[in-house]
Design a protein around this ligand. Structure first.
Ligand SMILES: Nc1ncnc2c1ncn2[C@@H]1O[C@H](COP(=O)(O)OP(=O)(O)O)[C@@H](O)[C@H]1O
Ligand SMILES: *[C@@H]1O[C@H](CO)[C@@H](O)[C@H](O)[C@H]1NC(C)=O
Ligand SMILES: *[C@@H]1O[C@H](CO)[C@@H](O)[C@H](O)[C@H]1NC(C)=O
Length: 337
């Protein structure tokens, strides 16, 4: 494709040259000028090409810290811990010229609390094309690796994919959704890529970013947030340290989770465990208002209230946290339009 475009382009340039020569055969001045122009064009041709076609270069991959910060502050609701940790983790890693290992983030929390959403924000702050960049790869356990009897095929395939993609662009990003439903063997198969090796089969993985999403730990996180709420304390007073031990205990002790069996955790391959707090009524309301803006609907506080009231809240006595977070808001909004 690339060479064909080049050929067409060159043909065009030369036919213009011949045409010019035919019209003004005596004017050597013009011919010299054309030759100079041609050289210039050829030199810049590569750059013109990069301009249109996504490639593994700073034109397409460069981190916008301010962009990420603004997005996290303005678009992500009720996640003060995740917001702070992620900004530090990502900018620290991306600005480090010599990382010793790839960045490995593990996001935990109930469904609909913003784990996928935040991964999109991170992708958009690094890749010009965001999630549609050909350097961002997303895997969903139940979609891409559904049958446990085919685990050996998946393993080989996934390893080849990661290797192939990182070979063609060191700054590649891999998002694994439903990590708690992923087969242990499969998690183990990506372990080498997350480690401190300088090279693995001639490929360095140290610029890559891995993001794991799971619901594991969600119950313990909710318990901590609920205790704060019951004691009349501000949600923003909750700190990472309040959640860390509870979270890792649940992740470790969950016998069904691939995490528990795999040695990702005890080998310290995960750089950051990031908790996502369950969302309250006011956050769901904010999600509804944000969605209205995205859909170019007129801002309507009453509809936002209705949408938020429609959600199911738990635990069944207190009813403080939206069971599905901000998921399904889009379809609920459709109903009130
Ligand atoms: N904390 C949040 N702040 C703003 N929007 C959110 C938040 N959590 C969820 N949403 C909205 O709900 C949708 C579904 O959330 P998602 O990120 O897929 O949840 P999950 O935690 O299950 O990955 C998102 O696309 C986003 O629009
Ligand atoms: C970075 O993000 C900010 C805020 O969204 C934006 O104003 C700015 O243009 C971005 N910079 C680049 C180089 O894209
Ligand atoms: C990169 O990963 C994708 C899956 O996201 C896969 O389809 C593709 O074949 C991989 N590329 C290489 C070169 O391995």
């Amino acid at each position: 494709m690339q060479s064909r475009t080049r050929l067409v382009f060159l043909t065009w340039v030369f036919s213009n040259l011949i045409l010019t020569a035919a019209i003004e055969p005596i004017s050597t001045g013009i011919a010299v000028g054309m030759a100079a122009a041609l050289t210039g064009l050829l030199a810049s041709y590569q750059n013109v090409f990069y301009y249109f076609q996504e490639c593994c270069r700073p034109e397409w991959i460069s981190f916008n810290r301010t962009g990420l910060q603004v997005d996290l502050e303005q678009k992500l609701f009720g996640q003060h811990i995740a917001s702070k940790v992620l900004l530090k983790a990502v900018s620290g890693f991306v600005n480090n010229k010599n990382p010793k290992k790839p960045l490995v983030l593990s996001l935990h929390g109930w469904t609909g609390t913003g784990k996928n959403f935040v991964s999109q924000l991170i992708a958009s702050s690094i890749y010009k094309k965001g999630m549609s960049s050909s350097f961002v790869h997303q895997f969903v356990a139940t979609v891409h690796f559904p049958h446990s009897r085919e685990i050996d095929i998946y393993k080989t395939q996934l390893q080849q994919w990661i290797k192939g993609n990182v070979s063609s662009c060191a700054r590649s990003m891999f998002i694994f959704d439903e990590m708690d439903k992923m087969h242990t063997g499969l998690i183990d198969s990506i372990k080498p890529f997350l480690d401190y090796y300088e090279m693995l089969d001639g490929v360095s993985y140290r610029q890559a970013i891995f993001i794991f999403l799971s619901n594991a730990g969600g119950e313990s996180i909710t318990q901590v947030v609920l205790d704060f709420w019951k004691n009349g304390k501000d949600r923003e007073e909750i700190q990472l340290s309040h959640l860390e031990s509870a979270m890792s205990l649940e992740v470790f002790n969950n016998k069904n989770s691939g995490f528990w069996h795999s040695s990702l955790i005890d080998k310290n391959l995960i750089d950051f465990f990031i908790p996502f707090l369950p969302l309250e009524y006011r956050h769901v309301r904010m999600c509804a208002l944000a969605e209205m803006a995205i859909q170019n609907m007129e801002k309507d506080e009453d509809i936002a209230d209705k949408v938020a009231k429609d959600m199911v809240y738990s635990p069944k006595d207190e009813r403080v946290f939206s069971s599905k977070g901000c998921k399904t808001i889009t379809s609920k909004l459709e109903y009130y339009k």
